[in-house]
Ligand binder design. Structure first.
Ligand SMILES: [Zn+2]
Length: 437
């Protein structure tokens, strides 16, 4: 990948980076600037500018600045390479590929806290037991059920298996936690190691923080619930989804325990699965795909695909898989960033499983952006499956074609309007390739 694209992808990975470091991006956290000994959380993620800003010392930081602080790097090259390693990006002109970057000790507490004191995390068995108990004692509202059935086309069985609503009012919270302890038989010491929970040091009470919304059990290859995702009722805070996480508690001296679920991948294995795997982004897309007996891996944010080969290999051990379908949003044909990220994922999968056939599911964006919209709108038969590598190379060739035809000199220098125009033109040019497929 070229450097410009890599930088763009990495900059947009800031929220994922923060979450990987156990930070709840909806809350303030301790300033990461090494010059600032921050004892009260004064730094916050600013969605509009996509940077972290400290209200106390005024520091602004993008992902590269944070990595420089965390790993004590001395050049941008070094920072960029660490970032690329982190997100599985291969730079075209990387000079010293063999020379793995040596991690230097961090200057600052927040980073050393992560590396020295890895928070204790409950194992798969405990997490599954706790999260399934939560589902059983925290029912959905009538409105939630209607939404899941009518808009998302889920059946009763699926709703019952994975969907619930975590109470957020303090009196309901108390009853909820009491029931949870009774059903699981776990005490505070165990529960504070389950992502989402922590203990308040002064009151010695178990607690959690959850946005109001529909909670979704995220399952691993074994079918164990090992993370909870929340679909917020509103997007007032800028984001529709967040993790049920207590990673922020690690940085708070008044709180005990806590950890984050990490970049959890979501796997649905239907009863009599076909011999293929679909990869998509987001639970409601994987729900629809699994209704057609597909095994589905869903990643939350395309830049967090690292680790997918381990999952594919575990599924392959149990099922005879020979084909893999990439079922991402249709704007992949106009969005160069998404295009490059998916191409990298494909290359990585192909390298790990050379015999695997990998195809991209592609359809006109007018049928619906996501595969769920496309199917619900009745256009499943219009979806074409194209060999992944030829799909990406054709799409990339068309970037040059569209630029030349429209006299665009450099993508980098395009103004916002021109960028939009470029995306649309690239999309329609690439959609034409569907007709010949
Ligand atoms: Zn600061």
């Amino acid at each position: 990948m070229d450097r410009r694209t890599a930088k763009d992808i990495l900059l947009s990975s800031l929220p994922a980076y923060l979450e990987q470091n156990g930070i709840n991006i909806n809350k303030k956290f301790n300033c990461m600037c090494p010059e600032h000994m921050d004892n009260t959380p004064s730094m916050q993620y600013d969605k509009r500018r996509n940077i972290c800003h400290c209200f106390s010392c005024g520091a602004n930081a993008d992902i590269f600045q944070l990595i420089e602080w965390q790993y004590n790097t001395t050049s941008f090259e070094e920072t960029l390479h660490i970032a690329c390693d982190m997100f599985g990006i291969d730079l075209d002109d990387r000079k010293h590929k063999e020379n793995k970057i040596k991690m230097k000790p961090a200057k600052k507490k927040w980073a050393s806290k992560v590396s020295q004191k890895e928070p204790e995390k409950a194992d798969e068995y405990i997490r599954n037991k706790v999260y399934q108990a939560m589902r059983d004692i925290a029912p959905l509202t009538e409105k939630d059920i209607r939404y899941l059935k009518e808009v998302r086309r889920l059946d009763d069985k699926r709703i019952k298996k994975d969907y619930f609503r975590i109470p957020s009012e303090s009196n309901k919270k108390e009853t909820f936690l009491r029931k949870l302890k009774k059903i699981t038989g776990y005490n505070n010491d165990t529960l504070k190691t389950v992502p989402g929970f922590f203990v308040n040091k002064s009151t010695k009470k178990l607690d959690y923080h959850s946005e109001d919304g529909i909670a979704i059990l995220i399952r691993n290859v074994n079918g164990s619930a090992y993370a909870v995702q929340i679909r917020h009722d509103t997007t007032e805070k800028g984001r529709r989804y967040s993790w049920f996480s207590s990673g922020f508690a690690v940085y708070d001296e008044n709180l005990d325990g806590g950890c984050s679920p990490g970049a959890a991948k979501d796997i649905i294995i239907p009863q009599n699965p076909k011999k293929c795997i679909c990869i998509t982004e987001g639970r409601f897309k994987s729900e629809i795909l699994s209704q057609y007996n597909n095994i589905v891996i869903s990643i939350q944010g395309v830049s967090t695909w690292k680790g997918i080969n381990e999952i594919i290999s575990e599924i392959k051990e149990r099922y005879d898989i020979t084909v893999l379908f990439m079922m991402f949003d249709s704007d992949v044909m106009g969005n160069t960033q998404l295009m490059h990220t998916l191409k990298n994922m494909t290359i990585s999968i192909k390298a790990a499983f050379p015999d695997m056939l990998i195809a991209v599911g592609a359809w006109k964006i007018e049928y619906g952006k996501g595969i769920d919209d496309c199917i619900i709108n009745g256009y499943l038969k219009k979806v074409k499956f194209i060999d992944a590598m030829s799909f990406f190379s054709t799409c990339e060739k068309n970037i040059d074609v569209v630029m030349r035809e429209n006299g665009f000199k450099s993508l980098k220098k395009l103004k916002k309007e021109a960028q939009k125009e470029f995306k649309q033109k690239l999309q329609s040019t690439n959609e034409k390739l569907l007709n010949s497929a």
